[in-house]
Design a protein around this ligand. Structure first.
Ligand SMILES: Nc1ncnc2c1ncn2[C@@H]1O[C@H](COP(=O)(O)OP(=O)(O)O)[C@@H](O)[C@H]1O
Ligand SMILES: Cc1ncc(COP(=O)(O)OP(=O)(O)O)c(N)n1
Length: 265
């Protein structure tokens, strides 16, 4: 039977991240992708030049249109932009008991650019993250969520424990793309009992745009396919590594990861 996944995220006009990356990732996994768009960014490989929010009412209407008609096997959230949209999404997820739910708490891009309003961070912490099956902060986002400095794998482990306990999220995966390690790009998993370092070869390329979106949508795709959470994460990390090996040297800045390769999962 055809599996269905949903991305609740922003549009990236340059096609490297956001909804565009998510739908490509779903398609690669042979999942039918649906989308509830939260905001439209004017963006390319160099940066974001403008952004406009979709009204919370229209975000909710997109969600209702999907869930009133289809049976959704897994959901991911990405860039939610502001407090009103986060509250609308969180309310829908609570009322419809939406799961499994992968929350990529998009706040700051790997280049350090803030992608959501300050007030939105509080709503994210209190309304959305506690409903997630797994959250996938990058180093910047994990610093904000844990209130601690993170520059090493040891500090990633400590922060994962802090975030998991303080926010009551079942599983925290801190992504290590931003570490200054020349050979490895490790992610740290903590599920309340067990911690695990998911190792991965660091691919040397400037074309890393969309890695976080691709990872979280690949996790959602694997969950939609019925895989257990740790397997879903490990296979998603492998997918991102291969996508980085096939990244596209387009544009004048950081090109996107590529999705044009044979299935190697
Ligand atoms: N150069 C790289 N080589 C291999 N894996 C990478 C590289 N950069 C990022 N990753 C991986 O991509 C995923 C997304 O991480 P990251 O880039 O830190 O997130 P974000 O895009 O949200 O800032 C993680 O699994 C991370 O380990
Ligand atoms: C519309 C939109 N959503 C999310 C992001 C951030 O993308 P991400 O893959 O998490 O980060 P980078 O690897 O590109 O830093 C975005 N830029 N736009």
């Amino acid at each position: 039977m055809t599996k269905i996944a949903l991305t609740i995220a922003g549009s990236d006009s340059g096609g490297g991240a956001g909804v565009q990356a998510d739908l490509r990732t779903f398609a690669f996994h042979k999942i039918h992708g649906t989308s509830a768009i939260t905001c439209v960014t004017a963006q390319n490989t160099v940066g974001v030049t403008d952004v406009a929010a979709i009204t919370p009412k229209l975000v909710q209407a997109q969600l209702a249109a999907i869930f009133d008609d289809m049976s959704v096997d897994a959901v991911k959230t990405g860039m939610l932009l502001n407090q009103e949209i986060i509250e609308a999404v969180a309310k829908f997820i609570r009322e419809r008991n939406v799961h499994p739910l992968v929350v990529d708490p998009v706040m700051v891009s790997r280049a350090g650019v803030q992608l959501i309003d300050d007030s939105a961070v509080i709503s994210l912490k209190t309304s959305l993250l506690p409903q997630a099956t797994i959250i996938t902060p990058n180093l910047y986002e994990a610093r904000i969520l844990s209130n601690q400095e993170i520059n090493t794998v040891e500090e990633m482990k400590q922060a994962a424990v802090t975030i998991q306990k303080q926010l009551g999220v079942p599983v925290v995966l801190i992504k290590g793309g931003g570490l200054s390690d020349r050979y490895q790009s490790p992610d740290v998993w903590f599920d309340g009992h067990n911690g695990e370092i998911l190792t991965g070869e660091r691919i040397v390329t400037k074309n890393t745009h969309g890695t976080g979106c691709t990872l979280s949508s690949a996790i959602a795709a694997n969950l939609a396919l019925g895989k257990d959470l740790l397997t879903a994460v490990k296979e998603a990390k492998h997918y991102v590594t291969v996508a980085l090996q096939n990244s596209l040297d387009i544009g004048q800045g950081n090109g996107p990861v590529g999705h044009f390769f044979p299935l190697l999962l």
